[in-house]
Design a protein around this ligand. Sequence first.
Ligand code: ADP
Ligand code: MG
Length: 697
Amino acid sequence: MKTNVTEIFGENVFDDATMRERLPKETYRELRKTIIQGLPLNRKIANAVAHAMKVWAIEKGATHYTHWFQPMNGITAEKHDSFINPDGPGKVIMSFEGKELIKGEPDASSFPNGGLRTTFEARGYTAWDPTSNAFIKEGVLCIPTAFCSYTGHALDKKTPLLRSMDAITKQALRIVHLFGNDDVHKINTTVGAEQEYFLIDKEYYSQRRDLKYTGRTLFGAMCPKGQEMEDHYFGTIQPRVKAFMDELNVELWKLGIMAKTQHNECAPGQFEIAPIFTTTNLATDQNQLTMEIIQRLAKKHGMVALLHEKPFEYVNGSGKHNNWSLSTDTGINLFEPGDTPYENLQFLVFLAAIVKAVDDHQDLLRLSVATAGNDHRLGADEAPPAILSIFTGEDLAAVIEAIIKDEDYDSKDKAFMNIGSDVLPNLPIDATDRNRTSPFAFTGNKFEFRMPGSSQSIAGINMILNTTIADALEQFANYLEGADDFDSAVHKLLQNTFKKHSRIIFNGNGYSDEWVEEAKRRGLLNLPSAVDALPYMKAEENIQLFEHAHVLTREEAVSRYEILMEEYVKLLNIEACTMVSITRKEILPAVMKYQKELTDSALAKMQLLGKDAGIYEVEILKKGQALLDQAYLASEKLSEAKDVLKQFDTIEDKANYVKETIVPLMDELRVPCDELEVITATTAWPFPTYGKLLYGL
Ligand code: ADP
Ligand code: MG
């Protein structure tokens, strides 16, 4: 198949070019204005846009439309309506009006709302977000929307994200204006999300109830080969996977998603795809679509894509690197060290804001990635620890050091820098300076937040990033706007900020035990479990931060906390139930059947050869019997614990019980079951083993 990429790119998107081509000039101009200025859409324009959209969509084979939104459970939701309307007896016309474009009313009572909306006032509405283009997916015109309750509360992940983008834009603008960049009118947050995933054969998947119900293997002994040979990472992509990736790229390109990089990841069967970065809300929509299309196309190719953070014990799990930056409407990346002293000074102010934000808001950044799935990664030797820190690289670290000590900075080329004077040279920042173990790394012209889990929506993550950094920028702007002598105020601000917050900078090995100790000495937060982190969402100072930035109301913040905690409890409860069921219905019966074979064999041999025969069978039987009993008792304990869970009233008590009691009991059950697998014939084991799952493509 030959693909003309430039031709197909964006062909399923009602994008700017399409709008310009298909809308009356005046309508197009009005629509652009409403998009750029964020104004509400008037009915006349909406009707014209809806009409053009419908004609375009029908030409592309669409029969339905949907308001495509992102409820708080982190997936995307859609309810399809066809364009048909009655037109005389037995006849229909295809219609789509402005009001249907602007607003939808899904019966939304079964989406999580964390107490924001009781079921009797179930109605919420969806509203078109014209900053994200409509697109066609599977014959359906999808209109990206925000989802709110009639009382005005955000019931989705998109609305707060858009608000947080406004919040940071506002504060960042103040800073660039202070530096005399009056030509800048808008600042965008940009994101590029690298997505990791596993692929396994569909046949094997269908035989594993743990994968089907929970997305990860709850049992499984390690196969003889893991990732120790390091032969999968960046290795040749095998034909079956390559065919899948080729089709994935085409689908994404058609949707205007700039799929750019693809490669094998560390673990066997693990892969990554990365797009070119774009505005945050688009990047969020696109990442949701990417995850969805990965899953759909994998099936088409006889595989299943696992997006879970830790589908397999013993090999790396999957993350999602959130590359983040700020750029102006004049095309300047604010985290690109500049060519002039003043640009560099501005860069340092933005850098200082990040340092302050990450230090001040370790709790929020940690909780932005707190999920049951991610608990398996953070703190293991494959992902950053559950402790926030920033990697600056040696060059920037030296600059910061010089600022703190008020010394001239002696750069590699021996030029001197004295902050606040005109002799600031180019900052010699070596972007190849990489540290893969840092949760928050400066990578030359952007920051890479490496803690997010692979299945997470990046909406909440960026909502928190934007809000916390907006907070730091606001404090800076307040201070600098009030200063008499701007240059010396900047100098003082940088020095004080770096002095106060440099404990958050760490350029060493984040995976080491020494860092955990060192971080403790520095007084940094270490929150190993989601249950430790999530309660910070409703800490008074955090609620006030969100309210002040107009990102979340108190009720919205608390509802998000409740939903995340409930999700944690529900997920682990499902995992526990699945484990008990698989043990009782699959593992124990399979082992008993195998034991019967061993017993028959041993008895037959003894009869033939005397009572010393059958040593092997007898030994395996003894070992197996001990493990069988152990597994049985552990499954009973876990089952009882699940019943105890029902007795707790508050979500805090439930979550803590899950973390303290249920999770350890799950580990306790897995051990004898995995040992049984090792001493049982593969043909007798009830489901495919790690060897097949990891190497069975
Ligand atoms: P890596 O070494 O991490 O693979 P890349 O340069 O390939 O680094 O970038 C990784 C991701 O970062 C890509 O998705 C890329 O588009 C994104 N990225 C690059 N620049 C920016 C930026 N200014 N803002 C946000 N994301 C960016
Ligand atoms: Mg990267």
